[in-house]
Design a protein around this ligand. Structure first.
Ligand code: IMP
Length: 200
């Protein structure tokens, strides 16, 4: 693999993936570089399905390897919701504050032991004429009773990672990046790339 398309327009993610693939001498182009404006509908019921839909759709268009990710928050008491609906849990306008309030309402009165949750990130690497491979990273935690902190995005203000007395929104970008679901998925991908380059 010499060139790879990253199926995102998020500059933070592009930067993280660039750094990872640079180590393997793989040239990375993003959907921003390609000026790609097609809206791919995420119709899957799992993170794996949604990441594969994105990656495999773009492989067919460009005939190059494509890496796509899908992520979200799973809350045990809510049977894994918001899950693949994380971005639009409180409605199609993808409002982080409204999503947070919906979750807090649904958990109202529940003890901390009933508020267990995890962030999940699935990376799908699709290549022409090969099976798609998946790497899943998680970050376990507890949902707080009220939002705390201003950093990050999404559900960060209500997520206490296990072993921390700060929410993810009370951490710096660097601290979050050491323990996040995305980092854990990327480490698994890096290990997989390492074993592949050793076999060459
Ligand atoms: P995406 O697949 O990265 O676009 O994430 C989908 C949704 O999951 C986001 O809109 C957030 O609501 C939630 N989410 C994913 N990762 C994080 C995170 O690191 N912190 C907070 N919320 C997240």
């Amino acid at each position: 693999m010499e060139k790879l398309i990253i199926a995102t327009k998020n500059k933070g993610k592009i930067n993280d993936f660039n750094q990872l693939f640079k180590k393997f001498g793989i040239e990375v182009v993003s959907l921003l570089d390609l000026d790609y404006s097609n809206d791919i509908e995420e119709t899957g019921s799992t993170f794996e399905e949604n990441a594969a839909i994105k990656a495999e759709t773009i492989v067919k268009q460009f005939n190059l390897p494509v890496l796509a990710d899908d992520s979200g928050l799973e809350i045990d008491l809510l049977n894994g919701n918001p899950g693949v609906y994380s971005a639009r849990y409180a409605g199609e306008n993808k409002d982080d504050k409204a999503n947070i309030h919906k979750v807090l309402d649904e958990l109202k009165g529940q003890s901390f032991s009933n508020r267990t949750a995890r962030f999940v990130c699935v990376l799908a690497l699709a290549q022409p004429n090969k099976s798609t491979i998946f790497k899943r990273g998680t970050c376990e935690g507890i949902i707080s009773e009220s939002p705390q902190g201003e950093n990050g995005f999404g559900y960060d203000p209500i997520f206490y990672p296990v072993g921390f007395s700060r929410t993810m929104a009370q951490m710096t970008h660097e601290q979050k990046n050491e323990i996040s679901h995305r980092k854990n998925a990327m480490t698994k991908l890096e290990n997989w790339l390492n074993t592949k380059s050793e076999r060459r």
